[in-house]
Write a protein that binds this ligand. Structure first.
Ligand SMILES: [Fe+2]
Length: 256
């Protein structure tokens, strides 16, 4: 199976989320000449690391065609439209863009689309054909250390997913400061990287993620994800990278 993990650089210093310096740069350029070409940011639609029918029968080709091909593509297209209006947000990695547009809890208009692009890229790579089963090696040991057992973790993940009110996501994250794993839920498009957590897994809990295959049976969708779809291979790689950054004592990414 092809594996194209989303490369999240947890160590990059974040450009300030105060965009005033960028606005000043743009103003200075525009004052110089009316004919200065504008270079704006543009992000492409990433392809899932499997064919669109690769997750059947647990997630149908039709569901992927709509969820990835329409919903996810829509977030990318809408983000690019927003970014095309000016060059203020040019030159950011997707991580940086999400953190910068979160704007310390006062999100800029671009935040929702930027975060949803990030979340969906990560979500496709959180699943694999023949997924499910259990994590192995270091990740399993860390889960057992932080949750008591894999069974406890699984119960916590499912319970947290089903307790989310409205649309959002459930995540397994590594808490950078506490150096422990935790299950967190986020509303709407919020991504835990804005709080400096390091995502290991996520599950889309927007209705568009499961309605075609599971109608209103969110519980069956969540249990199917755990039993047949979750990619512990991807999670293990992410955990290894995250642990390396945390153990190396990288400085906390400045949000302000
Ligand atoms: Fe989604």
């Amino acid at each position: 199976m092809a594996c194209h993990l989303l490369l999240t650089d947890f160590t990059l210093p974040l450009k300030t989320s105060n965009l005033s310096h960028l606005r000043q740069q743009r103003k200075a350029r525009s004052n110089g000449s009316q004919n200065v070409p504008t270079t704006v940011a543009y992000y492409g639609l990433k392809t899932p690391p499997y064919n669109l029918d690769g997750l059947e029968p647990y997630m149908s080709k039709r569901a992927l065609e709509v969820h990835w091909g329409v919903q996810h593509r829509g977030f990318v297209d809408d983000l690019n439209k927003q970014l095309g209006k000016s060059d203020i947000l040019y030159g950011y990695t997707m991580d940086e863009l999400v953190k910068a547009t979160y704007n310390n809890g006062n999100p800029l208009p671009e935040f929702n689309n930027a975060a949803e692009v990030w979340n969906h890229d990560f979500f496709w790579e959180s699943m694999q054909p023949g997924g499910g089963d259990m994590p192995k090696l270091g990740l399993l040991e860390q889960i057992e250390k932080d949750f008591g057992s894999f069974t406890n973790f699984r119960e916590k993940f499912v319970e947290t997913a089903l307790s989310l009110f409205g649309s959002g996501w459930v995540w397994l994250v590594l808490k950078r400061q506490e150096k422990r794993l935790a299950v967190v839920k986020t509303s709407s498009s919020i991504n835990p990287i804005v709080w400096d957590d390091i995502p290991i897994l996520n599950l889309d809990l927007w209705e568009h993620a499961y309605y075609l295959d599971y109608k209103n049976d969110k519980a069956k969708y969540v249990s199917t994800f755990m039993n047949h779809l979750v990619s512990w291979n991807a999670a293990t790689v992410r955990m290894a990278r995250a642990e390396a950054f945390v153990n190396l004592g990288e400085p906390k990414i400045p949000i302000a």
